[in-house]
Structures are given as C-alpha cells and as structure tokens.
Design a binder for this molecule. Structure first.
Ligand SMILES: [Zn+2]
Length: 206
C-alpha cells in the first residue's frame, strides 16, 4: 500500500509546487503516520527545512508546527488539510492552493449569510403576524373600525417591503464566491454536500 504523503518542491515531480528560488527542486516530504500524526523529512535540500525555527533532517509535526522551506513559510494547516483530502495526490501549485483556501473560506461564510437570512425572514413574518393579531384584538374594542383596517393593511405592506429588501440583499450576498451567481433558496447544507458550484463547477474542497 502506498504511503499517504506529499512531496513539496520547485519542480513538477512534486505534489505541491512552490515557485521560490531558495526552495529546492524536491525539497521535503510530509508523511501521515497516524490519525493526527505527521512526519516531515528534508530531502537533502541546500537551504534546509525548519520546524519551529530549528533546522531538521526529519521530525514529527502537528498542525501547530511552524514549517519553513529555506525562508519560505508554509501554511501548515493548509498542507495537512491537503494531505487529508481524498485528492491528496493531485498536483497543485502552492499559490493555487492558497487561492483555493481563500475560496473555501468565502464559501463557508455563506452558512452564516443563509442562517441570518432565514432568521430575519422568520422574524419579519412573525412580527407582521403579531401586529395583525394585536390589531385584530384592538379592533373589537373600537367602534369605528374603518381606520384600524387601514393601519392593518399598512403593517402588512411594511413587512412585505422589508422582506423584499431582505431578498434583494440575500440575492447579492448568497452567491458563488467564484462566478457570483445567486444560489437561490437552496439550503447551505445542500450546496456544501454537493461540493461544487452548480453553475461554474468550482469545488469547495482541496
Ligand atoms: Zn460558481
């Protein structure tokens, strides 16, 4: 069985390619050795591999370790996420990996946007309902109910307007971070589970 490992360096034999002059052609390898245990090995690089500022030949690391290839600092959590992804063998430039991370972060922000939208919508709808019930109760006490019916219709219009505004804002914010198309009313969980944008096919995974 092949090892779950990621080779990092400047040439295209690596899983992660870093275009930086001091990074070696094949600089280092990170190997998964346990559920949350990893090993980093320097591949006889000229400028060295450093973990928490100590030059190493090989050592165990965690997500908290600070890793540098020469003077180039890696995003350790990002590298380990890549190593733990089903696509860990898929070659990628480090700069593209960083872009992918940014995209995923933006995508994950949509969960909050979706939840807030649902919450605010419920609040407006419930608020409108309460107002109507209150007015209806008041109506029975007022001899000249004509005016009150006018006020009641006004309240309903007001909440309709607020929902329209909320929908407008939601349309602008609940969008694919890559192609900016609106996801409509599809719940965040569904889009996350699908793993990619229905329109531009961009993936939310590493
Ligand atoms: Zn898209």
């Amino acid at each position: 069985m092949s090892q779950q490992a990621i080779k990092i360096g400047r040439n295209n034999k690596n899983t992660i390619i870093i275009e930086h002059s001091k990074v070696g052609r094949e600089h280092a390898v990170i190997i998964k050795i346990g559920e949350t245990e990893y090993l980093i090995k320097d591949l006889d690089s000229t400028h060295g591999t450093f973990v928490d500022s100590n030059r190493i030949k090989q050592t165990q690391i965690t997500a908290e370790s600070k890793i540098q290839l020469a003077d180039f600092e890696l995003d350790t959590k990002l590298i380990l996420s890549k190593l733990n992804s089903p696509d860990f063998k898929k070659q990628i430039k480090y700069s593209d990996l960083l872009q992918q991370k940014e995209l995923i972060e933006k995508f994950l922000d949509l969960e909050n946007i979706y939840e807030q939208y649902k919450k605010n919508k419920r609040k407006i709808e419930r608020g409108g309902g309460l107002k109507k019930t209150g007015l209806r109760a008041a109506l029975s006490l007022i001899p000249f109910a004509g005016n009150a019916i006018g006020i009641m219709a006004g309240g309903a219009l007001d909440s309709r307007k607020r929902i329209d505004e909320l929908n407008e804002e939601f349309k602008k914010k609940y969008v694919c971070p890559k192609c900016f198309k609106h996801f409509g009313q599809e719940p965040f969980e569904n889009i996350k589970k699908r793993g990619y944008c229905f329109y531009c096919k961009t993936k939310w995974t590493l």
